[in-house]
Ligand binder design. Structure first.
Ligand code: FAD
Ligand code: SF4
Ligand code: SF4
Length: 393
């Protein structure tokens, strides 16, 4: 609660009750209390003759000046650092340069790749090299990260919007009583205030919202894999690895076994260099057969719009977009996909986008590198024929 009542000072006079437009103040035992309905509008503060209503944001704003530096959480699995960590270092480097501060990575669990974090941009790595941290343990990870943040006070913390990040980063934010913006698609620094501008789709993807945490620190944001690009790899870059002793936390959760999701491996959309994606324009599950043929000739895999998934033509694991996967292949061929914003946020960072659509005004053409206006049932077989001829030669 960022607005609170000092119950020692409160006399229960009730002045504040009528001032609150959200009926968020109640009286209990002749003392005022602020409920969850509070919108932090601040209207009640001046109404209290005893100065018992305290706006903690002012105190937080003062404290926030002590926080410096950009941190990224580098998640690992079986010692292999996730690709999203290097992507976060890419965006983190740019933010740190704009703030004139350092870029640090936090790595929990043993990994042979710790130096890679420095080569991809980190100035320092806070490293807990302990087997206890090898697999995600929500409580242990959250407590350790909170204690590091309290000690070193970073201004910004970025983490992957992955199963791991989504699982424990909200705990970190809640323990620190700071905000968290999930699934950001853009991160910028406000030139005037130095605040982190956290940009993400809102209201079902119909608008892009820019969210700020003006007073609380650190500003925490998560970003999905493949949304940001890696920065520069400098093979001889030097940095500091700070070994952090493991915390001893009484464990409430015991990990019995880990089972790999093999269906994901089969699709592996996020690592594919070529994706041929189909939408409602394909007309049927049958239509996907020619996409598989085209994809295999190009050494790629098949993606889909939500409409095609909802029709039951292809499993959800192939869905690209806001509620599917974010992809960034070298070549993305969108076949019979209109280009709704929820689809675009999942693929618009692809290097080359080819759109095939019979409607020349389809929004997909706004992001396409090459657009082909016509019937996909004619165009795709032609592409397959040409590729086969090329392979024959
Ligand atoms: C909260 C929320 C989350 C969402 N998440 C996602 C998501 O993750 N991914 C996603 O994709 N969508 C998502 N959607 C749905 C999204 O808004 C669109 O409804 C969806 O992307 C439309 O899919 P489509 O382009 O295949 O179908 P349509 O919009 O119906 O487009 C079909 C296109 O095919 C073209 N076409 C038809 N026949 C042919 C032909 N013979 N040859 C060539 N072109 C042809 C048409 O001109 C049309 O442009 C989400 C929506 C919401 C509200
Ligand atoms: S800050 Fe606004 S909403 Fe919250 S208790 Fe005061 S008047 Fe009500
Ligand atoms: S105005 Fe101040 S003293 Fe009166 S009830 Fe509200 S908080 Fe308590």
């Amino acid at each position: 609660m960022l607005i609170r009542i000092d119950t020692e000072k409160c006399t229960g006079c009730r002045n504040c009750i009528n001032v609150c437009p959200f009926a968020a103040i109640i009286i209990k035992d002749e003392k005022a209390f602020i409920t969850e309905a509070c919108s932090l509008c601040g209207a009640c503060i001046e109404s209290c003759p005893e100065r018992a209503i305290i706006d903690e944001r002012e105190r937080d704003a003062e404290k926030s000046k002590d926080f410096k530096g950009v941190w990224i959480f580098a998640e690992q699995s079986r010692g292999k650092i996730a690709s999203v960590a290097f992507e976060l270092l890419g965006v983190g480097k740019r933010l740190a340069q704009e703030l004139n501060s350092e870029l640090c990575a936090v790595l929990f669990g043993p990994s042979e790749e710790v130096e890679e974090l420095i080569k991809w941009g980190a100035d320092k790595v806070y490293y807990v090299n302990s087997q206890d941290y090898a697999a995600l343990d929500d409580e242990l990870y959250a407590k350790t990260l909170v204690s590091l943040i309290e000690q070193y006070k970073p201004e910004i913390l970025l983490a992957g919007a992955t199963a791991i990040g989504r699982s424990f980063i909200p705990r970190v934010a809640a323990r620190l009583r700071v905000g968290l913006t999930a699934d950001c698609t853009g991160l910028e620094i406000d030139k005037e205030t130095g605040n982190l501008l956290q940009i993400r789709p809102a209201f079902g993807g119909n608008i892009m919202a820019t969210i700020i945490s003006p007073t609380s620190r650190p500003q925490i944001a998560t970003v999905r894999p493949r949304v940001m690009k890696r920065g520069e790899y400098i093979a001889d870059k030097r940095g500091e690895i700070i070994n952090i002793p493991p915390l001893s936390v009484k464990k409430r959760v015991k990990i019995l076994d880990r089972v790999e999701d093999t269906s994901f491996c089969k699709v592996n959309l996020q690592d594919a260099k070529v994706i041929v994606s189909g939408g409602r324009g394909l007309g049927s599950a049958e239509g996907f057969k020619m996409l598989w043929e085209l994809a295999s000739l190009l050494g790629g895999t098949v993606g889909a719009s939500r409409a095609a998934v909802d029709e039951g033509w292809i499993p959800y694991s192939h869905q690209v977009g806001q509620t599917g996967k974010t992809v960034c292949p070298r070549l993305y061929i969108a076949c019979g996909i209109s280009g709704a914003v929820q689809h675009l946020v999942g693929m618009q960072s692809s290097e080359i986008i080819v759109a095939i659509n019979k409607d020349p005004n389809a929004p997909i053409f706004n992001v396409a590198t090459y657009g082909i206006v016509g019937d996909l049932k004619v165009i795709i077989p032609l592409m397959i024929k040409k590729l086969k001829e090329g392979a024959g030669q």
